[in-house]
Design a protein around this ligand. Structure first.
Ligand code: FEO
Length: 173
């Protein structure tokens, strides 16, 4: 059974993961509309991964005797300044998610909820990988340069990047 405080913290995390999914969906759609098809593919995969992160939490809260709250979604931006900006925003967003995950872990310790603490370790590891992926992509975009030809190569490379950072076990495991 989760305490009210842990339940609240997990519901906040559910909202953040849901909003991450929407945010990356907006980025994917923008990239597609600009003809950056490799980037769009990568981001469409990311948006699905974030939805899985949300679902995993929803199912955990319900399994542990709490009540998951399905979040309302903030409207994400429609336009982005460019590819580099997109991945800067993505990295900043992931840093925010990491801070939120750490805060849930902290609350688990205060509440002596070692079961949820253990469950959250999956998110702790996931954040290390997601931050590394975002940093790697930003480095790559800086190396290829902002010229049209460079961006074309970058975009093509990204299509083959399978989001190796992101693997999602079944919900509730
Ligand atoms: Fe689910 Fe990218 O944090």
């Amino acid at each position: 059974m989760v305490s009210k405080r842990v339940e609240e913290a997990l519901n906040k995390q559910i909202s953040l993961e849901g909003n991450s999914s929407q945010f990356y969906l907006a980025m994917a759609s923008w990239a597609e509309s600009q003809g950056y098809n490799g980037t769009a593919e990568f981001l469409y995969r990311q948006t699905d991964e974030e939805r899985q992160h949300m679902l995993k939490l929803i199912r955990y809260v319900n399994e542990r005797g709490g009540t998951a709250k399905i979040p309302s979604i903030d409207e994400p931006p429609v336009e982005f300044e460019g590819l580099e900006k997109v991945f800067e925003m993505l990295l900043q967003h992931e840093l925010k998610v990491t801070a939120a995950v750490n805060s849930v872990v902290h609350i688990c310790l205060e509440e002596k909820d070692y079961t949820t603490h253990n469950f959250m370790q999956w998110y702790v590891s996931e954040q290390i990988e997601e931050e590394a992926t975002a940093r790697g992509i930003l480095d790559r975009i800086k190396l290829t340069g902002a010229e049209k030809g460079g961006l074309y190569l970058f975009d093509r490379d990204l299509e083959n990047l399978t989001g190796g950072s992101i693997s999602v076990p079944d919900a509730g495991k």
